[in-house]
Design a binder for this molecule. Structure first.
Ligand SMILES: [Zn+2]
Length: 269
């Protein structure tokens, strides 16, 4: 059994501020250490639950956050950026029994810790087939396209609720409770790791269906301002719905890759 882990940073216990998440943040190295420990806890749980192989994809910012020398020796690490499937790079390799999302956060517009959807300075909302989705939903839908169920989400209580609303039967590990977008009541790092280890072991065996969206998938992407929509207007297959919203329709893999490209273009203005 092979397990895929996508690891983000905003949902790690103790992380609440850009000083933790930005490359040049003064508390970034601390956050990287905490992130590595939580990912190790998920790996330990997956192995205890019967996984023979674990591949971890570093999914935050530079995608060079996890500390390779401190990572569990039985796991393999996909590190670096850019990569075609971004936060889900490697999910198309085949033969994964399940995927786990560690350190995830709520979508933009929700009151979770450091909530955003892919790019906090670009995205107001993403809808797939009419349903608002954050990184949890979008990435789970891509995993679903490849037949892989997401069985575990860890992060604050808000992202855990978001995941449970979307994916029946998903196992969650709330390692902190959001007070505001920039504050939280956090489990001690050791308690957070113990919770993740236990829930990951359970998640390997959890009966969860892959999140498969009806094809073709329609993406509606609302930007923060009209200049960002103007930056992508007129591209083949991209339709303007209103001054800040564009749409695209394709299969889930095309839709995911077009979304990534639209965000990169829109972020350039
Ligand atoms: Zn993220």
């Amino acid at each position: 059994m092979r397990v895929f882990i996508s690891a983000d940073l905003e949902g790690i216990s103790g992380v609440v501020h850009a000083e933790h998440t930005r490359r040049d943040g003064r508390e970034h190295d601390l956050a990287r250490r905490l992130m590595t420990a939580e990912v190790n806890a998920a790996i330990e749980g997956a192995l205890a639950g019967g996984a023979g192989e674990v591949v971890v994809n570093d999914s935050h910012g530079t995608m060079r956050n996890l500390l390779p020398d401190l990572l569990h020796p039985k796991a393999q690490l996909i590190t670096g950026s850019p990569k075609p499937l971004s936060m889900m790079e490697g999910i198309d390799d085949g033969a994964y029994c399940c995927a786990m999302f560690v350190g995830y956060h709520a979508r933009m517009g929700q009151p979770g810790v450091l909530s955003h959807t892919y790019h906090g300075a670009v995205v107001r909302e993403v809808r797939l087939n009419g349903r608002a989705m954050g990184e949890t939903g979008i990435n789970a839908a891509l995993a679903g396209y490849f037949g892989v169920p997401v069985t575990l989400v860890t992060g604050d209580d808000r992202v855990c609720r978001e995941a449970a609303d979307l994916i029946p039967g998903i196992v969650t590990a709330p390692v902190k409770h959001a007070r505001t977008r920039f504050s939280a009541r956090c489990l001690h790092p050791q308690a957070a790791c113990a919770l993740i280890r236990a829930r990951a072991e359970e998640a390997v065996r959890a009966k969860v269906e892959p999140l498969v969206l009806a094809q073709p998938v329609t993406l509606e992407l609302s930007f923060l301002h009209s200049g960002q929509a103007e930056a992508v207007a007129g591209l083949p297959g991209v339709e303007m719905l209103d001054p800040v919203t564009v749409s695209f329709t394709g299969d889930m893999l095309q839709t995911f890759r077009v979304l990534r490209a639209l965000l990169t273009l829109a972020a350039s203005v």
